[in-house]
Design a protein around this ligand. Structure first.
Ligand code: FAD
Length: 597
């Protein structure tokens, strides 16, 4: 860690991007933002655009380093202090065969939050996801109303999309393709055509289809929300950023039910800072729910069990949703693929370091995806319920174990499945359940803010989730058998997953067993502070993201999503924060100019 710090200091001195860390605080700010993650960085930028507004951004972690910059090695970041490293409770229908029988839930800690450690894939979901939010009386959240906010933050760097009405060119967040493309991508896209799908811009008119992966990359390097929204504005004098500042409680006046400030710990010292206008909670789907409950906002009976004075009885922590996946489906191919051994060559390393080019620019190793509809889906014909992600390499090429660490895959599993295929060229295909019906929960384990909360994923409790996953796996095998994929010599590595050998290979019971043992998360936890009108008994915040029953307190992050859209969640969270910023400016009559993008 010392070495990392030294190199980081050197690097930030050279590039002049060090984020000034405030140690002296004003007694009062207009806005206090808790958590400098995907959402918090956007809010800090937009609110501090108003020069008269005094803004404090509090973040438990530190500034990002060069280590998280390399798109291909995103999994490596999980082993650093930039990951909270959450683990869930055991859950009956998933993760049972992973390390300690639980699911890994990595989450980013540092300015940039989970955008520092994620896989950078840029997707938004289906227009009906947002029309569904609006239909549930969340006024202002229809697709037509959120699209301008997606475009506002985006700087599309894909020339054929420059003129698309779905993309923005003037935002701070870069969206590009990786510089490198393997032959598997071309075959994969062709197989989509064979199966009757279009090649699409999945962030454009139509979600259903096959496409190359769009990602938050700038000149071949990760474009985190820190790089996009914070580093360019560190000189703003009305924005104070305090790192290594762990917020322990929101201060809410019990008589007026008004949020008046926050309490946090920095360098073992306790601070209390007041907010004259609003406290904005952007600590992510796990910590935002935890902080609300620690501060007396949550389910009455649960808070009373822990002797927490109840200020507002709300269903905080319920409605937890996530996209479920299954890793380990490996395919051999007669072509070169991306694996740990191949990457250690000077040409690729120098090409990346000096030009930001080559295979190291592949975001998290994911090259392309297909948004498809499973055969028994009950959703409308244009509504994808499954995503299939094409990897440039596969789990079998993970010689150094970073992917195993991220996914919680045991060494025994790896040895049994892949040890004898070290010289094979392989790629992976991963199914992702886009419309999970199962719901999990975050609750408190104790009143201690430094203890992790209890995380119950409840993945695949609903039979329809298992059905869709099995059909997704079968669609993957269909793709592998397509003419285009056969042309490059694609063969499925048909070896039974350890613990499932007793079932006939490839049958429904076999896949059910694989999902129970190795099914896990794509890390899109959300929904724990659900948005909904006051008539919705499951809602925690209203459509303006204000906590029901508490004044001057909003939540703006992944936790407010009523239903998880059919997309990776980072862009969605950024859109939420853009929209929240405008709501806050409007509420305090501080709007600079309306969004017209
Ligand atoms: C491994 C992984 C891969 C992913 N890949 C993708 C992808 O490719 N594409 C995609 O779209 N999405 C991806 N995601 C999901 C996406 O990145 C998240 O949904 C999104 O970043 C969540 O944003 P947020 O603002 O809600 O929370 P976060 O970005 O997690 O921000 C919360 C912030 O609050 C801080 N915080 C928490 N508690 C406290 C406290 N008590 N005091 C002070 N600060 C606190 C945290 O340190 C963090 O900085 C991935 C996630 C993971 C984990």
């Amino acid at each position: 860690q010392l070495l990392v710090d030294l190199v980081r200091d050197f690097e930030t001195t050279l590039r002049n991007t060090r984020i000034p860390d405030t140690n002296e605080f004003l007694p009062e700010y207009d806005f206090i933002i808790v958590g400098a993650g995907s959402a918090g960085c956007v809010l800090a930028n937009r609110l501090s655009e108003i020069s008269s507004a005094r803004v404090l951004l509090l973040e438990a972690g530190d500034q990002e380093t060069f280590i998280s910059d390399v798109p291909l090695t995103a999994a490596l970041t999980q082993t650093t202090r930039y990951n909270w490293g959450y683990k869930t409770e055991p859950t009956p229908n998933a993760c049972q065969g992973l390390r300690n029988g639980v699911c890994n839930w990595p989450k980013g800690r540092g300015v940039g939050g989970t955008s520092l450690i994620n896989f950078m894939l840029y997707t938004r979901g289906h227009r009906r996801d947002y029309d569904g939010w609006a239909a549930a009386n969340n006024t202002g959240w229809s697709y037509a109303e959120v699209l301008p906010y997606f475009k506002k933050s985006e700087r599309i760097g894909i020339p054929e999309l420059y003129k698309s009405p779905y993309h923005g060119r003037k935002g701070a967040l870069d969206v590009q393709y990786a510089d490198y493309q393997s032959r598997q991508v071309k075959a994969f896209l062709k197989s989509g055509r064979e199966l009757g799908y279009d090649i699409t811009d999945t962030n454009g008119e139509q979600l259903l289809g096959f496409s190359r992966a769009q990602a938050n990359i700038r000149q071949g390097r990760r474009c985190s929300t820190s790089k996009a929204f914070i580093q360019p504005i560190v000189q703003r004098r009305n924005l104070h950023i305090s790192m290594k500042s762990w917020v322990t409680k929101l201060l809410i006046d019990p008589s007026t039910k008004m949020a008046v400030g926050v309490e946090f710990v920095k360098q073992r010292q306790r601070f209390v800072v007041r907010a004259s206008k609003e406290v904005i909670l952007s600590a992510g789907a796990i910590a935002s729910a935890q902080l609300l409950m620690l501060s007396g906002v949550g389910p009455r009976a649960h808070l009373q069990e822990l002797n927490i004075t109840v200020l507002q009885d709300l269903p905080v922590g319920y409605n937890l949703q996530d996209h479920v996946t299954l890793n380990g489906l490996v395919f051999m191919v007669n072509d070169s693929t991306v694996n740990d051994a191949r990457l250690l060559n000077p040409t690729d390393i120098f090409s990346y370091l000096f030009a930001g080019r080559g295979p190291y620019t592949i975001p998290g190793g994911a090259e392309a995806f297909a948004f498809v509809r499973t055969p028994s889906s009950s959703y409308a014909a244009d509504y994808a319920d499954m995503e299939l992600v094409l990897g440039a390499g596969s789990l079998s090429g993970d010689r150094f174990g970073t992917l195993r660490d991220l996914l919680g895959i045991t060494n025994e599993f790896y040895e049994k499945m892949y040890a004898d295929m070290q010289h094979e060229e392989t790629f992976g295909l991963v199914p992702v359940l886009l419309r999970p019906k199962s719901r999990g929960r975050i609750s408190l384990r104790s009143r201690n803010p430094f203890h992790w909360p209890r995380m119950e994923p409840n993945f695949m409790q609903e039979p329809d989730d298992v059905r869709a996953m099995i059909e997704g796996i079968e669609m993957i095998l269909q793709i592998a058998h397509s003419k285009s994929m056969k042309k490059i010599g694609t063969r499925f590595h048909a070896r039974a997953f350890p613990g499932c050998e007793q079932h006939p290979f490839g049958g429904q019971d076999y896949w059910r067993c694989c999902l129970r043992l190795y099914g896990s998360s794509l890390q899109h936890q959300c929904g724990t502070c659900k948005m909904g009108p006051s008539t919705d008994p499951a809602a925690v915040v209203d459509p303006q993201l204000r906590v029901h029953g508490i004044h001057h307190l909003r939540v703006a992050d992944a936790s407010i999503m009523p239903h998880v859209p059919a997309g990776h969640t980072n862009a969605i969270v950024i859109m939420i924060a853009e929209k929240a910023s405008d709501m806050i400016k409007n509420a305090w009559r501080m709007q600079t100019k309306p969004v017209t993008t």
